[in-house]
Write a protein of this length. Structure first.
Length: 185
């Protein structure tokens, strides 16, 4: 194997590779935060201008169109939670490819059903001016679950606990001033 070629096989890891993979991981979890908190300007900032997002058959296009499309799909849900599990990255200079296992939880706007998507993001990233962003992003669905939300009778375990919000009203912006300062309005 050529030491300069990326590999999934065990190999000596250099600090630059670790830093690149950490930056890519941060990009993924920032995307999940932006989607779940509906911080669409943050989501847009994660894509290069010439990027393509492929959520086919629902959406295929550039980042501006993707961010313009998101409210129409996010309005169907009262809550979402996008969770990244295993990630694999191959970094080759200023280009990287990644496969990220995903669970995307959705609760319908009427709070009667939960839709859970299990799949993977298949991504290409480019580092430009020292910053990694999405260049090509696609969603691969492995399976789906759908279930009814049981009716709650009487006091519940969440009574009195701050509830998450898909907006700037989320407790993370109220309790974490550094996060609040990052919220792009």
């Amino acid at each position: 194997m050529n030491r300069d070629e990326p590999t999934l096989r065990p190999h000596p890891v250099v600090v630059e590779e670790m830093l690149d993979k950490f930056a890519l991981q941060q990009l993924l979890v920032t995307y999940c935060h932006g989607i779940d908190r509906q911080d669409l300007q943050l989501v847009r900032s994660l894509y290069h201008d010439d990027a393509i997002d492929d959520h086919s058959p629902m959406f295929y296009g550039g980042p501006d169109e993707y961010v313009a499309w998101l409210p129409s799909i996010l309005s169907k849900w009262s809550a979402t939670a996008h969770i990244i599990h295993n990630t694999l990255f191959l970094v080759h200079g200023d280009h990287a490819e990644g496969e990220s296992v995903l669970t995307a939880y959705h609760r319908t706007a009427d709070d009667t059903r939960e839709v859970i998507a299990h799949g993977r993001y298949i991504d290409q990233f480019n580092k430009r001016e020292g910053v990694w962003r999405f260049y090509r992003r696609s969603l691969t669905l492995d399976w789906m679950e759908e279930r009814l939300v049981p009716a709650q009778e009487g006091p519940g375990i969440a009574d009195g606990v701050a509830m998450g919000q898909p907006s700037a009203a989320d407790p993370c912006y109220q309790r974490l001033p550094l996060f609040a300062a990052q919220r792009l309005l």
